[in-house]
Design a protein around this ligand. Structure first.
Ligand code: 6GU
Length: 229
Protein backbone atom coordinates (compact mmCIF):
# COMPACT_ATOMS: atom_id res chain seq x y z
CA UNK A 1 0.00 0.00 0.00
CA UNK A 2 1.11 3.52 -0.80
CA UNK A 3 -0.02 6.56 1.20
CA UNK A 4 0.68 10.10 -0.08
CA UNK A 5 0.19 12.77 2.57
CA UNK A 6 -0.33 16.41 1.47
CA UNK A 7 0.48 18.94 4.17
CA UNK A 8 1.82 22.41 4.89
CA UNK A 9 3.68 20.99 7.92
CA UNK A 10 5.80 18.12 6.56
CA UNK A 11 8.02 18.21 9.67
CA UNK A 12 5.08 16.96 11.75
CA UNK A 13 5.54 13.54 10.14
CA UNK A 14 9.14 13.01 11.16
CA UNK A 15 8.56 10.80 14.17
CA UNK A 16 5.12 9.17 14.05
CA UNK A 17 6.07 6.63 11.37
CA UNK A 18 9.64 5.95 12.50
CA UNK A 19 8.92 3.55 15.33
CA UNK A 20 7.52 0.19 16.20
CA UNK A 21 5.02 -1.49 13.91
CA UNK A 22 4.80 1.22 11.23
CA UNK A 23 8.57 1.41 10.98
CA UNK A 24 8.68 -2.34 10.43
CA UNK A 25 5.93 -2.18 7.80
CA UNK A 26 7.94 0.44 5.90
CA UNK A 27 11.15 -1.59 6.16
CA UNK A 28 9.36 -4.70 4.88
CA UNK A 29 8.07 -2.67 1.93
CA UNK A 30 4.44 -3.43 2.86
CA UNK A 31 3.61 0.26 3.28
CA UNK A 32 5.19 3.29 1.63
CA UNK A 33 4.44 6.74 3.03
CA UNK A 34 5.35 9.86 1.03
CA UNK A 35 5.03 13.35 2.49
CA UNK A 36 4.39 16.27 0.11
CA UNK A 37 4.80 19.91 1.10
CA UNK A 38 1.84 21.78 -0.43
CA UNK A 39 3.84 25.00 -0.21
CA UNK A 40 6.24 23.69 -2.85
CA UNK A 41 3.37 23.87 -5.33
CA UNK A 42 2.60 27.53 -4.62
CA UNK A 43 2.79 29.79 -7.65
CA UNK A 44 3.76 33.01 -5.90
CA UNK A 45 7.01 34.24 -4.48
CA UNK A 46 5.74 34.35 -0.91
CA UNK A 47 4.81 30.66 -1.18
CA UNK A 48 1.26 31.48 -0.03
CA UNK A 49 -1.18 28.60 0.11
CA UNK A 50 -4.14 30.38 1.73
CA UNK A 51 -6.30 33.44 1.07
CA UNK A 52 -9.21 35.40 2.54
CA UNK A 53 -12.64 33.77 2.45
CA UNK A 54 -15.13 35.14 -0.08
CA UNK A 55 -18.11 36.54 1.80
CA UNK A 56 -15.94 37.44 4.77
CA UNK A 57 -15.83 35.80 8.17
CA UNK A 58 -12.85 34.98 10.30
CA UNK A 59 -10.02 32.77 9.11
CA UNK A 60 -8.13 31.99 5.95
CA UNK A 61 -9.02 29.34 3.40
CA UNK A 62 -6.54 27.00 1.71
CA UNK A 63 -6.63 27.85 -1.98
CA UNK A 64 -7.20 25.53 -4.91
CA UNK A 65 -4.13 25.85 -7.12
CA UNK A 66 -1.28 24.44 -4.98
CA UNK A 67 -3.35 21.47 -3.77
CA UNK A 68 -4.84 20.81 -7.22
CA UNK A 69 -1.39 20.88 -8.84
CA UNK A 70 0.01 18.49 -6.25
CA UNK A 71 -2.90 16.05 -6.69
CA UNK A 72 -2.72 16.29 -10.51
CA UNK A 73 0.98 15.50 -10.48
CA UNK A 74 0.43 12.44 -8.28
CA UNK A 75 -2.49 11.25 -10.43
CA UNK A 76 -0.25 11.42 -13.51
CA UNK A 77 2.11 8.96 -11.88
CA UNK A 78 -0.45 6.40 -10.67
CA UNK A 79 -4.15 6.01 -10.02
CA UNK A 80 -5.61 6.45 -6.55
CA UNK A 81 -8.33 4.39 -4.88
CA UNK A 82 -9.28 7.22 -2.52
CA UNK A 83 -8.45 10.89 -2.11
CA UNK A 84 -9.26 11.53 1.53
CA UNK A 85 -9.70 14.94 3.13
CA UNK A 86 -9.16 15.08 6.89
CA UNK A 87 -11.70 17.41 8.41
CA UNK A 88 -13.71 17.69 11.64
CA UNK A 89 -16.93 17.67 9.55
CA UNK A 90 -16.08 14.34 7.86
CA UNK A 91 -17.49 10.85 8.39
CA UNK A 92 -16.40 9.44 11.74
CA UNK A 93 -13.37 7.14 11.47
CA UNK A 94 -13.86 3.74 13.10
CA UNK A 95 -12.46 0.19 12.93
CA UNK A 96 -14.69 -0.96 10.03
CA UNK A 97 -13.47 2.04 8.00
CA UNK A 98 -9.85 1.20 8.90
CA UNK A 99 -10.45 -2.40 7.77
CA UNK A 100 -11.85 -1.22 4.43
CA UNK A 101 -9.04 1.27 3.80
CA UNK A 102 -6.36 -1.31 4.63
CA UNK A 103 -7.41 -3.19 1.47
CA UNK A 104 -6.68 -0.23 -0.84
CA UNK A 105 -3.61 0.13 -3.05
CA UNK A 106 -2.91 3.88 -3.27
CA UNK A 107 -4.52 6.60 -1.19
CA UNK A 108 -3.98 10.34 -0.73
CA UNK A 109 -4.49 11.96 2.67
CA UNK A 110 -5.04 15.71 2.41
CA UNK A 111 -4.50 17.65 5.63
CA UNK A 112 -6.63 20.75 6.05
CA UNK A 113 -5.75 23.89 7.99
CA UNK A 114 -7.07 27.35 8.79
CA UNK A 115 -10.81 27.66 8.26
CA UNK A 116 -10.83 24.90 5.68
CA UNK A 117 -10.06 24.30 2.02
CA UNK A 118 -11.82 25.79 -1.00
CA UNK A 119 -15.02 23.79 -1.42
CA UNK A 120 -14.25 23.14 -5.10
CA UNK A 121 -11.35 20.88 -4.07
CA UNK A 122 -13.83 18.82 -2.09
CA UNK A 123 -16.29 18.71 -5.01
CA UNK A 124 -13.79 17.77 -7.70
CA UNK A 125 -11.01 15.80 -6.03
CA UNK A 126 -12.02 14.36 -2.67
CA UNK A 127 -13.61 10.89 -2.68
CA UNK A 128 -13.95 10.54 1.09
CA UNK A 129 -13.88 12.94 4.05
CA UNK A 130 -12.91 11.69 7.48
CA UNK A 131 -12.96 13.01 11.05
CA UNK A 132 -11.21 11.06 13.82
CA UNK A 133 -13.49 12.23 16.62
CA UNK A 134 -15.76 14.89 18.05
CA UNK A 135 -13.13 17.46 18.97
CA UNK A 136 -11.23 20.03 16.96
CA UNK A 137 -7.54 19.66 16.08
CA UNK A 138 -5.35 22.48 14.77
CA UNK A 139 -4.96 20.64 11.48
CA UNK A 140 -5.39 17.31 9.76
CA UNK A 141 -1.78 16.15 10.30
CA UNK A 142 -2.27 14.28 13.56
CA UNK A 143 -5.47 12.76 12.16
CA UNK A 144 -3.53 11.60 9.07
CA UNK A 145 -0.94 9.96 11.34
CA UNK A 146 -3.68 8.26 13.39
CA UNK A 147 -5.46 6.96 10.29
CA UNK A 148 -2.22 5.76 8.66
CA UNK A 149 -1.28 3.83 11.79
CA UNK A 150 -4.73 2.26 12.14
CA UNK A 151 -4.71 1.18 8.48
CA UNK A 152 -1.11 -0.03 8.09
CA UNK A 153 -1.17 -2.34 11.11
CA UNK A 154 -4.06 -4.23 9.47
CA UNK A 155 -2.16 -5.05 6.27
CA UNK A 156 -1.38 -8.80 6.19
CA UNK A 157 2.18 -9.51 7.34
CA UNK A 158 2.58 -6.36 9.43
CA UNK A 159 1.45 -7.82 12.73
CA UNK A 160 2.71 -11.12 14.12
CA UNK A 161 0.70 -13.55 16.27
CA UNK A 162 1.48 -11.67 19.46
CA UNK A 163 0.24 -8.35 18.16
CA UNK A 164 -2.60 -9.90 16.17
CA UNK A 165 -5.35 -7.49 15.23
CA UNK A 166 -7.98 -10.13 15.93
CA UNK A 167 -7.85 -9.51 19.69
CA UNK A 168 -8.02 -5.73 19.34
CA UNK A 169 -10.64 -3.73 21.13
CA UNK A 170 -13.37 -2.89 18.61
CA UNK A 171 -12.77 -5.81 16.24
CA UNK A 172 -15.55 -7.63 18.10
CA UNK A 173 -17.30 -4.46 19.31
CA UNK A 174 -15.96 -5.05 22.84
CA UNK A 175 -13.25 -3.20 24.74
CA UNK A 176 -10.28 -5.34 25.77
CA UNK A 177 -10.25 -7.09 29.17
CA UNK A 178 -7.57 -6.21 31.77
CA UNK A 179 -4.15 -7.88 31.35
CA UNK A 180 -1.41 -8.69 33.87
CA UNK A 181 2.20 -9.88 33.87
CA UNK A 182 4.72 -11.01 36.49
CA UNK A 183 5.01 -10.74 39.41
CA UNK A 184 1.70 -12.32 40.46
CA UNK A 185 1.80 -10.17 43.60
CA UNK A 186 3.22 -6.65 43.92
CA UNK A 187 2.83 -4.51 47.03
CA UNK A 188 0.06 -6.88 48.10
CA UNK A 189 -1.80 -6.26 44.80
CA UNK A 190 -2.74 -9.66 43.44
CA UNK A 191 -3.41 -10.90 39.92
CA UNK A 192 -6.91 -12.48 39.76
CA UNK A 193 -6.64 -16.18 40.74
CA UNK A 194 -8.40 -17.43 37.62
CA UNK A 195 -5.59 -16.15 35.36
CA UNK A 196 -3.08 -18.26 37.31
CA UNK A 197 -5.35 -21.34 37.40
CA UNK A 198 -4.32 -22.83 34.05
CA UNK A 199 -8.01 -23.49 33.32
CA UNK A 200 -8.29 -22.10 29.80
CA UNK A 201 -12.07 -22.36 29.60
CA UNK A 202 -12.50 -20.40 32.84
CA UNK A 203 -9.90 -17.84 31.74
CA UNK A 204 -11.69 -17.16 28.44
CA UNK A 205 -15.03 -16.86 30.28
CA UNK A 206 -13.51 -14.39 32.77
CA UNK A 207 -11.92 -12.31 30.01
CA UNK A 208 -15.20 -12.09 28.13
CA UNK A 209 -17.12 -11.08 31.26
CA UNK A 210 -14.58 -8.35 32.03
CA UNK A 211 -14.66 -7.12 28.43
CA UNK A 212 -18.45 -6.87 28.52
CA UNK A 213 -18.42 -5.19 31.95
CA UNK A 214 -15.87 -2.59 30.80
CA UNK A 215 -17.76 -1.98 27.56
CA UNK A 216 -21.08 -1.53 29.41
CA UNK A 217 -19.50 1.00 31.80
CA UNK A 218 -17.45 3.01 29.31
CA UNK A 219 -18.95 2.52 25.85
CA UNK A 220 -22.54 1.24 26.14
CA UNK A 221 -23.18 2.33 22.53
CA UNK A 222 -20.87 -0.45 21.30
CA UNK A 223 -23.20 -3.08 22.80
CA UNK A 224 -26.21 -1.50 21.05
CA UNK A 225 -24.78 -0.39 17.70
CA UNK A 226 -28.12 1.20 16.68
CA UNK A 227 -27.69 3.83 19.40
CA UNK A 228 -23.94 4.16 18.97
CA UNK A 229 -23.51 7.64 17.52
CL1 6GU B 1 -9.54 15.02 10.54
N1 6GU B 1 -9.10 17.46 11.44
C1 6GU B 1 -9.19 18.42 12.35
N2 6GU B 1 -8.66 19.61 12.12
N3 6GU B 1 -9.81 18.26 13.53
C2 6GU B 1 -10.33 17.05 13.76
C3 6GU B 1 -10.26 16.01 12.85
C4 6GU B 1 -9.63 16.25 11.68
N4 6GU B 1 -10.88 14.94 13.38
C5 6GU B 1 -11.32 15.33 14.57
N5 6GU B 1 -10.98 16.61 14.81
Amino acid sequence: MRIDILTIFPEMFSGPFDHSIIKRAKEKGVADIYIHDIREFSNNKHRNVDDYAFGGGAGMVMMIQPIADCIEQLKKERSYDEIIFLTPDGFLFDQPMANRLSLKGNIILLCGHYKGIDERLREHYTTLEISIGDYVLSGGELAAAVISDAIIRLIPGVLNDETSALSDSYQDNLLSPPVYTRPSEYNGWKVPDVLLSGNEKEIIKWQREKAIERTRQRRPGLLNPDQAH
